[in-house]
Design a binder for this molecule. Sequence first.
Ligand SMILES: *Cc1c(COP(=O)(O)O)cnc(C)c1O
Length: 431
Amino acid sequence: MPQITKSIELFEKAKKFIPGGVNSPVRAFKSVGGTPIYMAKGSGAYMTDVDGNTYLDYVGSWGPFILGSMHPRITAALEYTLKNIGTSFGTPIEMEIEIAELLCKIVPSLEMVRMVNSGTEATMSAVRLARGYTGRDKIIKFEGCYHGHGDSFLIKAGSGALTLGAPDSPGVTKGTAMDTLNATYNDIESVKLLVQENKGQVAAIIIEPVAGNTGVIPAQPGFLAALRELCTAEGIVLIFDEVMCGFRVALGGAQSLYGVTPDLTTMGKIIGGGLPVGAFGGKREIMERVAPLGDVYQAGTLSGNPLALTAGLETLKILIDENPYPELERKAKIIEAGFSDNLKKLGLNYVQNRVGSMSCLFFTGTPVVNYSTAITANVKKHGKYFHSLLDQGIYTAPSQFEAMFISAVHTDEDLEKTIKANYNALVASEK
Ligand SMILES: *Cc1c(COP(=O)(O)O)cnc(C)c1O
């Protein structure tokens, strides 16, 4: 068991000055118990904590680190920008055009794109735009999908809220809540019913095409295509929230993997290469409504700043140059098969969901296809599993309802170590 004395001290101090000691709830280990680990240094697939313990990292800063932490090309690019360009201007810079052009080339649905500073900003802005464009108020989201912490989305909103057992947050007005309709993931009839009941009032349907905030739940074949058809028929803006799965399940995101093209796409995480970046974009006709070209207001003092764009741009360039996706698939398959063997050996029937390098082991025997099947998972067992892995130096998400991310810098040796640790942790979870 690693000594975490300094982490414990820091957490006690943090709680005096920061609500819950953290700047984002799921970091607080609430659902698994114990003290969050304070990290001191990241390097590739590893993180070292303030007490000197080293962990093999499968959280990857919650998604951005598809190339690992401190990739030499990204740090070199950041150093160059710091020394030679600057951190911010508040004027247009050439790099903004470069990343916008590249994104439009990579992501099928993008004809125009606006950079923002987080995934939350991207989804909030996309929904405002869809409302402005359609002149309608209501949106449909899916139970268990997370789209950041904008008011409209905090209704049955996946992991953070789910783990705290507070799916609806105080402070969200009744009016806002009433404009957000919740459908069942992978159930097209539930969507059609809502659309019928709210005929001519639905501005947008927003979905994670690979749901990654209630564990991992892939959209079933045909479901996304049926949503596309429904939106086209009803004049509803289809928004794919690819903040997590974009550039992760494929370079062009889930929309390129499944061949379904949304009207708008929201991005984040990988697109910032570890710095705070988000983006939204899509059809020219809709994006032309964004200010200053159009009448739908959206702005940001630090949007498109050189430092953030440098990390994002370099990440995208490496992904294009190196095409790590076949390797990521191979590695993810090794983990999946290894975990599967372990489960079999122990006579456990737990479910694994996976799309490319994002996966989740659910502590349930029920196939997980939506929110209600996800929450059949035994979170107590997951908590024991998590802590056993942590004790063995493997850092996974401190919640049952989060994804495990494999990166390009996880080695086969790392994977083997992880499979062995998984066996021990499964044994521990059953005690
Ligand atoms: C993480 C995430 C967000 C929110 O992004 P932030 O950068 O945390 O604001 C939105 N949508 C999805 C699908 C996400 O995974």
